[in-house]
Design a protein around this ligand. Structure first.
Ligand code: ZN
Length: 488
């Protein structure tokens, strides 16, 4: 009986125990899940939380990963599948600024969010474009005329009006900054152009006159440039003057400065002729005694004889002659004329220039000794000489004209004494001269006062001449020249 009562009480215990156990378990599970196991949902950003996006580039979403944290049942970091992630943003790629992307997700009452900051920035500098200057360079002292420029920015667009321009000699600087502070600078170099030509100053002027026969010597010049200074040494002189032929000869002077400004100046050298001397024949019977190749040791004696007879003569002197005697000749009232410095046929007749050099030198020697600038002259060998043909064909034809164009009067002779080799006898010289004089009303007698036998003949000639009514005169520029027929 007891057994049966016991058996009756057992099911009751079992049910009670089961209910109690289930209750404890449920409470434990609830406690575990909702109180001890605080799991959460997290959104993990892929990529940087702060993104700099260059203006013009497109934002590429790197994404977020939802992960579970703190669950006892799932591995930490578990990513629930098919979880919808909402993405909210105010991002405007077309405008610089700071933007936020907000990511949100929910899972089993868990909510998660994450944020990413996007900055749309502009780091690209503006571009300054300079209009090419057609001039290329700038004239000295002139204000630069801006050829033009533009400035554009990838974000701001045309920012030309924001360009700050600064000008200094030879350089214009253009600076601009875009709204993001990106600077740009452009420089325009302006080569300073010197437009000012050098200045050539001609000493003696641009119209320069010389007398035929006067060797043209450069009268001189200077050239200065506003930048280069003295450029005289760089002057190119071109042109030639034929100083033995009348005419106008341009001489050009050219100089360029370092900027290739070229100045050209022309000097017109005019070679002018002197009027030819009109010949005046003297009245009555006249003898012009002429003595070549001196003065010599016999000249003083000759001058004395001439004085004794009140006669005047003409001396065509040479370079080796005594200057003191030249002075005596002049002082005692005779005429002095040019013969030659060297009396070297080969040299003086080698060219017209050589002849004139000799002629002018002799004129100068005479002038230095006597103060007389004589224009009387006699060609060595006379104008009819043949010897010059060996040196220069046709030179006498040229010279006989040229010396007269140069203002000289040349004298040949119509009476030859024969004292230059034909005879050395005084009597013969006297005879030759008297015979010659007799044939002319007006005579020019050629003798050489370097020969004593010829000088000794003069007294007899004078005596005879005086007795026969001749006047012995010195040549003057208008005296008859008795020019020979030319042979060369
Ligand atoms: Zn001579």
């Amino acid at each position: 009986m007891e057994k049966s009562s016991k058996k009756r009480g057992r099911p009751m215990l079992w049910v009670l125990t089961a209910i109690l156990t289930l209750g404890v378990l449920a409470a434990a599970a609830y406690f575990t899940v909702f109180h001890i196991n605080h799991f959460s949902l997290e959104l993990v950003l892929t990529g940087e939380p702060k993104v700099l996006l260059e203006y013009g580039d497109s934002y590429t979403e790197p994404g977020v990963t939802p992960v579970l944290r703190g669950t006892m049942f799932l591995k930490d970091g578990y990513t629930p599948g098919n979880l919808e992630i909402r993405r909210e943003t105010d991002l405007n790629e077309g405008k610089l600024g700071k933007y936020t992307i907000t990511y949100c997700a929910e899972w089993l009452n868990c909510q998660a969010s994450a944020q990413r900051e996007i900055r749309v920035i502009d780091t690209e500098a503006p571009t300054i474009t300079l209009t090419e200057d057609p001039e290329g360079s700038l004239e000295e002292g002139v204000i630069y005329q801006e050829a033009g420029f533009t400035a554009t920015d990838n974000y701001d667009g045309d920012i030309t009006d924001r360009v700050v321009r600064t000008e200094e000699p030879g350089l214009v600087t253009y600076a601009v900054t875009d709204s993001s502070g990106n600077p740009a600078v452009a420089k325009r170099k302006i080569p300073m152009r010197d437009m000012v030509l050098p200045e050539i100053l001609l000493e003696g002027g641009e119209d320069y006159v010389i007398t035929l026969g006067t060797r043209y010597e450069e009268p001189g010049f200077t050239a200065t440039d506003n930048v280069d200074g003295d450029v005289t040494a760089m002057v190119q002189v071109e042109g030639e003057v034929d100083w033995l032929t009348a005419g106008t000869y341009p001489i050009t002077y050219t100089v360029a400065d370092s900027c290739e400004n070229t100045a050209v100046v022309t000097r017109n050298v005019e070679v002018v002729t002197q009027p030819w001397q009109d010949t005046v024949y003297p009245e009555g019977k006249v003898v012009y005694l002429t003595f070549d190749d001196g003065p010599s040791a016999y000249t003083e004696q000759l001058l004395d004889v001439l004085d004794d007879y009140g006669a005047k003569a003409t001396f065509f002197v040479v370079g080796s002659g005594s200057g003191r005697m030249m002075k005596q000749i002049v002082n005692r009232g005779h005429s002095i004329g040019i013969h030659s410095v060297s009396h070297d046929y080969g040299q003086i007749y080698s060219s017209p220039e050589a002849y004139f050099d000799d002629l002018m030198r002799m004129q100068s020697i005479i002038y230095d000794n006597t103060g007389v600038k004589t224009t009387l002259m006699r060609f060595p060998g006379g104008s009819s000489n043949l010897v010059s043909r060996k040196s220069c064909e046709g030179i006498m034809t040229f010279l006989t004209q040229a010396v007269q164009d140069a203002g000289f009067q040349y004298f040949d002779w119509n009476v030859y004494s024969g004292d230059a080799g034909e005879t050395k006898k005084t009597e013969k010289v006297v005879d030759n001269v008297i015979e010659g004089i007799e044939q002319h009303r007006v005579s020019i007698v050629l003798q050489h006062d370097i020969h004593s036998y010829s000088v000794d003949a003069v007294e007899d000639i004078l005596r005879w001449g005086k007795r026969n009514g001749y006047r012995f005169l010195a040549l003057s520029p208008d005296s008859p020249g008795f020019h020979h027929d030319l042979n060369n």
